[in-house]
Design a protein around this ligand. Sequence first.
Ligand code: NAD
Length: 244
Amino acid sequence: MTQVQFGVIGYKGRMGQALEAAIVEAGHAMCIGVDAGGNIGPLAGQCDVLVDFSAPEALSANLGAARVAGIPIVVGTTGLGEAEFVLLADAAKAVPVLQSGNFSLGVTLMAHLVREAAARLGPDWDIEVLEMHHRQKVDAPSGTAKLLGKAAAEARRIDLASNMESGRHGMTGARREGTIGFATLRGGTVAGEHSVIFAGPEERLTLSHSAENRMIFARGAVKAAAWLTGKPAGRYTMNDMLGL
Ligand code: NAD
């Protein structure tokens, strides 16, 4: 196995620390770690791949560094908006880019099952996404909740942004038909709990995933990064890596 040199962005954070452990565990090496206030730019050329689990504001500079160095980049940062997705697509014209709101095998498969269920169960089955994370998480709903909601929306051939209902409060009126609901819980040290509930007439189907430790995301991201080295420029997903 070729040892891959990793540049880790956000390395002092919870995921950064998990990534460092996962890189060593997989027999690779972390050549550079940068955190807030640092600049990966001039150092990126020493790495084979960049892995970014930091903050949406850092994305533009990190993609720029990957482009200048001509190396792939894996992006795990969540809370990305339209503008960031345009940046990802643009960078993918020059280097391999793999972005995912969740790097675990279980959630990648769960998204498949959600897609299948949403396509097969008719519109009288309402879809709700419930998630819980630790008290320090800064964005909501989670990137994984959005990923699961997007899988359901695509299967129903609807646009998620205009059919998303989150944070219900007060006199909301009856549930709007065809929407996908999101509910968020925060507390303690929960690494990630997600359920997608299909609520039909007098029956309910729930698909759930529990992340017991953030090492599952770190291991997935390290595997994805090693896989991405040597690939041509383009936008890749976890499904591509897993051959799904
Ligand atoms: P964290 O707050 O513990 O760590 C983030 C780190 O990034 C901090 O050390 C912070 O100082 C650093 N940072 C902030 N701005 C920066 C910048 N401009 N340049 C470099 N570093 C910067 O958060 P975390 O729990 O490690 O999560 C990090 C991100 O990864 C979040 O967006 C989180 O939602 C996401 N996440 C994704 C997955 C996944 O599988 N895709 C899993 C877990 C967490």
